[in-house]
Design a protein around this ligand. Structure first.
Ligand code: NAD
Ligand code: DAU
Length: 349
């Protein structure tokens, strides 16, 4: 296949690109990314010389950019991850989320449909979405399933919900060959340090305050990014068209418990005295409209497609901390903005 992966320079996208480039040497993999603040080609520098890998700097909102990539590489599969992904940014700047997530996804669908004509044989459009479209759960009260009604509550989740609806509308209206997944919170290497886990790791290293929103009682369901990339591979190849699959790790953590766990792991790894990093914990004003709890029922993908998470949280988190400690140059480049110089030099932009 010739697959266009959008957002392949971001956190999850880079793991998906690497997996597909390495697992499927016969496929052509085109990484299509605008390189916003969240796009970092250092994330995938290990595979940029692979013969089946190509990078295109382009905007999913541009008909010209998308159509030219579809045509140049005769694309018959799309895995769509490009998005604005950070909830806090969506609260301060909602419009960019509408533009990228709603209009960008709609443009991608439109261009693919135009390029593929009415012949969808051997074609596939996979949209990667989030569990946040389902809203917020009560403490201890049930799980999100694929039939849970959409109830997005932040500009980010509303924009993702809107894009999901457009994807499913293309399936019902045009029999467009779509498949979709809704995943819980990811963690792992290359996670941008604006999100909870990498921000805390960074601040613990630097001995900076650890900002916990509200009372730290909100719950998230954490999955290792490589388990998510493997789920995306499974769904892309075996998922039923017109269906969505929930992906999650059966791994719920209160934020405050997770931050204490990270402090303990890192005190040990950094040779600090027990409890030292926890003294950095600082309770700050809560996120506006902060969803209380996310929790995924992943039984459909487990039963129908045979996918199960492989990482335990214990091993995944320890490995993630080790990755950040061994890749402080990556972290320095991201926090200083120097990662942009890397791709400007590599790709003469
Ligand atoms: P990210 O913010 O790390 O990366 C997003 C990527 O998209 C970046 O490389 C960026 O440059 C690119 N991009 C942004 N706007 C673009 C545009 N207009 N055209 C082309 N490229 C553009 O995001 P992530 O955390 O890796 O998330 C990837 C996808 O997975 C998103 O769709 C997100 O909603 C979804 N998701 C994320 C999580 C999570 O925990 N991070 C969980 C479930 C679902
Ligand atoms: O559930 C999937 C979603 O997970 C994805 O769709 C999003 O793209 C991804 O960003 C993530 O959203 P969250 O808002 O859950 O992730 P974040 O890392 O921003 O926050 C996790 C929890 O930690 C949340 O309850 C807010 C809290 N938090 C976050 C930050 C950045 C803090 O307490 N302090 C912080 O500094």
């Amino acid at each position: 296949m010739n697959i266009l992966i959008t957002g392949g320079a971001g956190f999850i996208g880079s793991h998906v690109v690497r997996r597909f480039v390495n697992q499927y040497p016969d496929y052509t993999i085109v990484n299509f990314d605008l390189l916003t603040y969240a796009g970092n080609l250092e994330n995938i520098k290990d595979i940029e010389g692979a013969p089946n890998y190509h990078f295109v700097k382009g905007d999913i909102q541009s008909e010209e950019d998308v159509t030219s990539a579809l045509t140049k590489y005769d694309i018959n599969g799309i895995i769509h991850l490009a998005a604005e992904s950070h909830v806090d940014r969506s609260i301060t700047d909602p419009l960019v989320f509408v533009k990228t997530n709603v209009l960008g996804t709609s443009n991608l669908l439109f261009c693919a449909k135009k390029y593929w004509g009415n012949d969808f044989e051997g074609k596939k459009f996979y949209h990667v979405s989030t569990d946040e479209v389902y809203g917020s759960l009560e403490m201890g009260g049930g799980f999100f399933t694929e039939t849970t009604a959409y109830d997005p509550r932040s500009p980010y989740s509303a924009s993702k919900a809107s894009s999901d609806h457009m994807v499913m509308a293309f399936f019902h209206t045009y029999h467009f060959p779509v498949v979709m997944s809704n995943c819980s919170n990811n963690y792992g290497p290359n996670h941008f340090p604006e999100k909870l886990i990498p921000l805390m790791i960074h601040n613990i290293i630097q001995k900076k305050p650890l900002p916990v929103y509200g009372k730290g009682e909100n719950v998230r369901d954490w999955l290792h990014v490589k388990d998510h990339a493997r789920a995306i591979d499974t769904i892309f190849h075996k998922g039923k068209l017109g269906e969505n699959y929930n992906v999650g790790g059966h791994n719920e953590w209160k934020n405050i418990d997770l931050v204490y766990l990270l402090c303990n792991i890192m005190d040990e790894k950094l040779g600090r005295k027990a409890g030292e990093s926890a003294e950095l914990i600082t309770y700050v004003t809560d996120r506006a409209g902060h969803d209380l709890r996310y929790a995924i029922d992943a039984s459909k993908i487990e039963k129908d497609l045979g996918w199960l998470p492989e990482y335990t949280f214990e091993s995944g988190l320890a490995e993630t901390v080790d990755w950040y400690l061994q890749n402080q140059e990556w972290l320095d480049h991201v926090t200083s903005g120097a990662y942009r110089a890397y791709y400007q030099q590599q790709y003469a932009m």
